[in-house]
Design a protein around this ligand. Structure first.
Ligand code: FES
Ligand SMILES: [Fe+2]
Length: 422
């Protein structure tokens, strides 16, 4: 299983000379000043995925998104023309948060015909227009057309809703670039059964991406997930990816992972055999079009042993495609230099019977267990790099995407600082 071909440059990392091979400085994950600049230079200026169109099934469907990283709350809504729009969640009268339920800091969702402020009942249409002012005659020359909700750039790619706080930002598709282009046509819309969970994690947002963007740790950290013989074998092999690709600022890793179904059923736990499912997802592929052949961007090496591709759309979205026919997203929303909200969503073709459903549930809980094992190391890492006793860390060739992530964040913040200095 080990020893896949490396590029002619000698290694994946040397294939991208701008990455260098020297140890990487992790001050970017502990320095509060760096975090503040990252919020301005990265999160306020890039396209951020806030979910999929599934969350807005009909006219008037909406959800709110609390974005501490850009210092605002947004309303995402489907208007009467079925266009998806985003607005700052702020009433134009005196600034009350417009949409929330019991606690103003908690996200909410629902369906409505219009938004009504809880304070003095100003009302806004789904397109953000101010439509009603309580005791309008008491105001002075109030031109309602000037007091609509403040809009935020919002564009949709393959059913993924993105927002951008920068009115000057280039179009989404251009930003997502060739890696996203290669995924177009994947049957995303047919995978409408969603299992989600979220957690607050005590680490910098980049550290959790680090943990997902390399599988070097998998045979070690996750060894308890396999039966003992198999775990020993995997640790002995070590880990090598099939392929890496960088199209800055985004990147991807293509990996083997042939456990769905496993060649030898004794490799996996009894419950996995019983439910025909596990970490790699349900073993039985859904019967839908669009998976055969896969879009060109998935399994780019067209390797027979292919199991999963993970795309890192900068800054904070991971999109994973699994060989058995389902996909997964991770999002990492910073709330402080050493804290973030982690969100994971698994997307399946809706179950046709109880067996399918149980297979999906098992994949979901297996994932949660894995992610907890990862999250567990993150807080331990965060507290120790925060000591600054060691600041530079050697990253190996299978950690190329981490090198790329940190270098990208550092470059963007540096350019922002230089721009501010002039
Ligand atoms: S603050 Fe919203 S109506 Fe007054
Ligand atoms: Fe992991």
């Amino acid at each position: 299983m080990a020893h896949f071909t490396k590029p002619a440059a000698g290694s994946w990392t040397q294939n991208y000379p701008e990455l260098g091979t020297e140890p990487v400085d992790y001050t970017d994950s502990i320095d509060p000043a760096f975090y503040e600049d990252e919020r301005q230079a990265i999160f306020r200026r890039t396209w951020l995925n806030v979910g999929r169109v599934n969350r807005l099934p009909k006219v008037g469907s909406y959800f709110t998104k609390e974005l501490a990283c850009v210092g605002t709350s947004l309303i995402i809504v489907k208007d009467r023309e079925k266009q998806i729009r985003a607005f700052h969640n702020i009433c134009r009268h005196r600034g009350n948060k417009l949409v929330w339920d019991d606690y103003p800091g908690e996200e909410t969702s629902g369906t409505c015909r219009q938004f009504t402020c809880k304070y003095h009942a100003w009302r806004y249409g789904l397109d953000g227009e101010l439509t009603f002012v309580q005791q309008e005659g008491e105001f002075f020359d109030l031109d309602k057309s000037r007091f609509g909700l403040k809009a935020v750039r919002c564009e949709v790619w393959e059913g993924f809703i993105f927002v951008n706080l920068d009115p000057e930002a280039r179009p989404l598709v251009e930003y997502l670039g060739p890696l996203a282009k290669g995924l177009e046509g994947y049957p995303f819309d047919q995978m409408s059964e969603v299992f989600s969970y979220r957690a607050e994690v005590g680490s910098n947002w980049k550290l959790f991406i680090d943990a997902f963007a390399e599988f070097y740790h998998a045979p070690i950290l996750h060894q308890k997930q396999a039966v003992k013989d198999e775990a020993d074998k995997l640790a002995g092999f070590g880990y090598e990816a099939l392929h890496y690709e960088i199209a800055a600022p985004h990147s991807m890793i293509s990996s083997w992972g042939g456990m769905a179904p496993p060649k030898d059923p004794s490799m996996v736990k009894p419950i996995e055999r019983e439910l025909r499912s596990g970490l790699f997802g349900p073993w039985d592929r859904p019967d839908i079009d669009g998976l055969e052949p896969l879009p060109v961007g998935i399994n780019p090496a067209r390797h027979k042993a292919w199991g999963v591709d993970e795309f890192e759309f900068f800054p904070n979205m991971s999109l994973l495609f699994w060989a058995p026919g389902w996909f997964l997203t991770y999002h990492y929303w910073p709330t402080a230099v050493d804290k973030h909200i982690f969100e994971a969503s698994l997307y399946f073709v809706p179950a046709k019977n109880a067996r399918d459903r149980l297979a999906q549930e098992l994949a979901g809980v297996t994932f949660k267990e894995y992610a907890l094992q990862d999250a567990n190391t993150l807080e331990a890492t965060q507290t120790m790099i925060a000591t600054r006793e060691v600041t530079d860390f050697p990253l190996n060739d299978q950690e190329i995407l981490l090198r790329h992530l940190h270098k990208t964040a550092q470059r963007i913040v540096e350019e922002y600082r230089n721009g501010r200095a002039h």
